[in-house]
Design a protein around this ligand. Sequence first.
Ligand code: Z5A
Length: 221
Amino acid sequence: MFITFEGPEGSGKTTQMNRLAAWLRERGYDVLTTREPGGTAIGDRVRAILLDPVATEMEAETEALLFSAARAQHVRQVILPHLRRRPLGVVLCDRFADSTLAYQGYGHGLDLAQLAVITAFATGGLKPDLTIYLDLDVEVGLRRKALAAGQDAAQWNRMEQRALDYHRRVRDGYRAMAAAEPQRWLVVDAAQPLEEVQAQIRQGLAPRLPALDRSPVAGGR
Ligand code: Z5A
């Protein structure tokens, strides 16, 4: 079963993913947690380029291809091998292809149909069984991150430094994608306390666990 976490910065994806992993492991699932960009040695090197605060000249198209390149490696080297550990293999991934549509598509204005072709090539057709979307006002999320790191905005990575308008377009994009495919997306209000967000994630996931475990792995590998 392949579960992804999506949402604006500071919406709590990493925190909630780790809590969910512990809960699933207690129930006997063989859980792998991973993240994008990254998850492999090659992906981590691409990540460093993508988030480098000084790489301000990077074009949106370059960004889309670099995120996709890291993803191609991640899917084949890490995600698919774990998903083959059926029936209890579960992969929890902090961001995946929907981030490319949200950030490079809705945020930067790249053509969504073209991005869908690029991401399908990168993933080999692998789609999440469930995408947990943590919805949060972008200013609240950015404030949370700054608070957590004790840093000021001048020290944010290249993506975080972008204007609020950009982050708002990203959030609107996420909401549009979630509304268009409600059977795959579980939308949770991330402004709630940590425990309440986790409770709603578990509640939304629980009934899907057995049914999704019987479904074939998309991508046919
Ligand atoms: N990106 C892209 O453009 N295209 C792509 O295809 C992909 C990614 C894959 C990756 O950055 C950047 O790459 C990201 C998208 C872009 N852009 N930016 N900026 P990253 O990996 O460094 O960061 P992130 O993925 O955006 O995650 P995050 O911002 O670090 O945050 P998070 O994982 O959502 O939240 P957290 O770390 O769990 O929590 C943040 C803080 O908030 C922490 O102190 C928590 O204790 C606190 N928190 C969490 N939940 C709550 C609640 N409910 N209440 C109060 N406080 C809370």
